[in-house]
Ligand binder design. Structure first.
Ligand code: LRH
Length: 468
């Protein structure tokens, strides 16, 4: 009765999915249609994304979604931030680079020579991450003669609809969006020698992007509109995080752990800059005041190395169970150590980071996994404390959403180390945020973000972890 349906495409750095979202006056449900692996691929000129494979998986997933649910009314897409494809003469040139590719170091040096970081921070409000799009542009010879640069979700939207846009929440991660006006900072782009013509028209979550191209509609089996959502996955996740009050912190935990608060206005102080806190744009113009902590990347890369060593897959739930629940003293390492950013050989690199601070890495895998999780949790707790100090808010709880919410030792360690209750879930917060913003645009969901969040809270059970 009164249930409406949309399709959401959610591309994470380690896997992508297509889901059907069903929403009614008091119901919100997801049905997983397809899930496909994703990750860096090594090519001759560096690390890329296998974008062709992603594109195919998206089309297959959408066709299957429409087959299962003929009532689907629209499509929305979100993905990881900062990466882009370049168009020339209406064609995608090359495979998009992966943000973990090392070429960005050159771009950082070039950009900071023209504009010191402190000045950049006043203009774009972004924490320093070596792969912010503006550094990538500076290191990419392709930008000089491209017609357009499209961020990953916008690139998919263009392939599906033919329209070139830049969705604002994700555009805010490029470093070229003015933190005060949410418009392109064209003067900044010009000073950096980035051709301003490659920056497409901005759209906000909830705006209609366009109808599918005829050949895409034929392949999917239906003609549907694409609606802009918080196309930065973290923006969608935060939109659906069931935050009950401004004093609730969130951690959106997948490959990364994005730790922070939702604010009405950016914080651009020296202290915020020195703590490397970012002011990214959220749904409805909210500010995502947060810090990037390297998240489950450390564990997934470690497990991948062990699996290669064994020639067999590892049972992750069993490994997590074996990590033991006690607050034993474990050696910690800095989860954000740049030495752990590139793919490959993760156990050895973690061991050498530990060794550099005089710690021996545990011999057994469960113990090793425990060190990883405690180190991530410790960085989470520090970031929550810093968010509180910088914003002046007394934080009373943490909402941990995304894949990490299923990781019990991580949730418990986060509660223990922060001294705050952790409410874990929903695991699919990003897809839910994508679905909710589409549904709202269709008139099928309440207008206020707070009401969307309360619908999430009513339709999902959260697991509570108390500090020990
Ligand atoms: C998480 C995420 C994060 C960005 C990173 C590149 O998936 O979008 O918010 O900093 O990927």
């Amino acid at each position: 009765e009164g249930v409406r349906a949309v399709a959401a495409v959610d591309l994470g750095a380690t896997s992508g999915r297509v889901v059907i979202g069903r929403i009614g006056p008091d119901a919100l449900e997801l049905e997983l249609v397809s899930r496909f692996p994703n990750g860096p691929v090594e090519r001759e000129d560096g690390l890329h994304w296998d974008f062709g494979a992603l594109h195919e998986s998206i089309l297959d997933g959408l066709a299957e979604a429409v087959r299962r649910e003929p009532a689907i009314e629209s499509i929305g897409i979100d993905s990881w931030a900062v990466d882009y494809g370049l168009l020339r003469d209406g064609e995608l040139i090359g495979e998009p680079f992966h943000y973990r590719d090392g070429r960005t170091a050159r771009g950082v040096a070039e950009v900071h020579e023209v504009i010191p970081f402190a000045e950049l921070y006043q203009r774009n409000g972004l924490q320093f991450l070596p792969f912010n799009t503006l550094y990538q542009f500076a290191a990419d010879p392709g930008t000089a003669d491209a017609d357009a640069a499209l961020l990953i979700p916008d690139l998919v939207a263009w392939l599906l609809t033919g329209r070139r846009v830049a969705e604002r929440t994700n555009a805010s991660t490029t470093g070229l969006l003015d933190v005060r006006t949410s418009e392109w900072d064209l003067e900044l782009a010009e000073r950096l020698g980035i051709p301003t013509g490659i920056l497409p028209e901005l759209v906000s979550p909830g705006e209609r992007i366009g109808m599918l191209r005829p050949e895409v509609a034929a392949r999917i089996g239906r003609d549907l509109p694409m609606i802009a959502v918080g196309s930065h996955d973290t923006a969608s996740a935060v939109a659906a995080a069931p935050l009950a009050s401004p004093d609730a912190a969130y951690i959106s935990c997948g490959t990364w752990g994005l730790v922070g608060l939702e604010l009405d206005a950016p914080v651009l102080t020296d202290a915020a800059r020195e703590a490397n806190f970012t002011n990214e744009l959220g749904v409805d113009g909210r500010i995502r005041f947060l810090h990037n902590v390297t998240g489950l990347w450390l564990l997934s890369e470690t497990v991948r190395a062990w699996e290669a060593e064994d020639g067999a897959s590892i049972n992750l739930p069993a490994l997590l169970d074996a990590t033991g629940g006690s607050t034993q003293d474990v050696p910690l390492f800095d989860a954000n150590d740049p030495a752990l950013s590139a793919p490959g050989d993760m156990p050895a690199r973690i061991a050498s980071v530990l060794a550099a601070s005089g710690h021996a890495a545990p011999e057994d895998r469960a113990g090793f996994a425990r060190v990883i999780l405690e180190s991530i949790a410790s960085a989470f707790a520090d970031a929550v404390q810093t968010a509180s100090d910088l914003s002046g808010r007394e934080i009373d709880r943490i909402h941990l959403v995304g894949g990490g919410s299923l990781n019990r030792p991580l949730c418990q360690a986060t509660a223990d180390r922060s001294g705050l209750p952790v409410f874990a879930g929903p695991v699919e917060a990003t897809a839910l945020g994508n679905v909710l913003v589409q549904a709202r645009a269709l008139g099928a969901a309440p207008v206020a973000l707070e009401e969307l969040r309360s619908l999430v809270a009513r339709s999902h059970d959260l697991e509570r972890y108390l500090p020990r």
